[in-house]
Design a protein around this ligand. Sequence first.
Ligand code: CNA
Length: 288
Amino acid sequence: MGNDGEPHKNKYEEIINLLKTNQLKNITFITGAGISTAAGIPDFRSSNGLFAQTQKKYNLSNPAQFFQIGLFYSHPEYFYDFCKNVEKQINSCKPTKAHLFQGFLCQKGLVRRIFTQNVDGLEIKAGCPKELCTFAHGRIDVAGCPECLRDYDIEELKKKIYNDEIAYCEKCKKPIKPKVVFYGEYLPQSYFDSFADITKTDCAIIMGTSLEVYPFNRLPCNVPNDSWRVLINLVKVSGAFFTTNRLKFDNEYKKDCFIQGYTDDVIQKIVDDCGWTNEFNEYCSKFK
Ligand code: CNA
């Protein structure tokens, strides 16, 4: 793990001290695909990520095109084919330390909310209570119509997918799909219903995300000015453009801290530095 110079080292120590003395009681997690790569699920934008894989396989003109709702309506068979490959893989995945740490802090009663862009549901497999999780981009294990939002049985949809048939909405006749939010679709109401929690957090831990996707990438901007924003990522990111209060790691922003590295390595270090190693191992052993 590389800290970004002396000021960050001091900030890191301050955060550890606040964590281990339970002084942070309204922690919010803001997460993305990078926390699940260690579980074997590729992210979007890394060089071998899903953007590159789908662009090549379906011969698309831009990297994000596969996940645009217009392409799904004209070629639902592409996403159905994709689902066949990823559904079993995601079902067999185990939560990473980054997921388990969230469950661990939930158990300690220190978590206000988990905002995730991920659709794999590994937070639930890591013991995070459902009512604390906001799946801002939906879930792969729930089915619905992207047009009229009617819910459908995921098991029935899977049967169609594995039979190479397209399932259509009874009401609006559009193809239905797992309820993962594509570009051009609205975010679920649950995102807006829980948004206010970000304004009440004392520490936002942002992990494994490029913060490229709007409006989710505005969440860090709404963290109160006197609260911490800790970024754990392979690379430094700043969040939404055209907003004040982007993530900045210079001395002006005294409560922004960047910890560079793989999320699982950084989490293990945080756990060790807090003196929680045995307690965390015991927690994790329940989810093996
Ligand atoms: P992204 O744009 O692919 O960014 C991932 C970020 O994580 C990048 O900055 C990487 O450098 C970083 N990263 C990758 N691996 C690690 C690691 N082990 N440790 C630390 N950092 C790492 O993905 P975002 O989540 O920001 O983009 C939002 C999309 C991705 C959402 O709509 C998701 O639905 C979608 N997505 C979700 C999954 C999933 O559910 N697991 C998988 C792939 C894509």
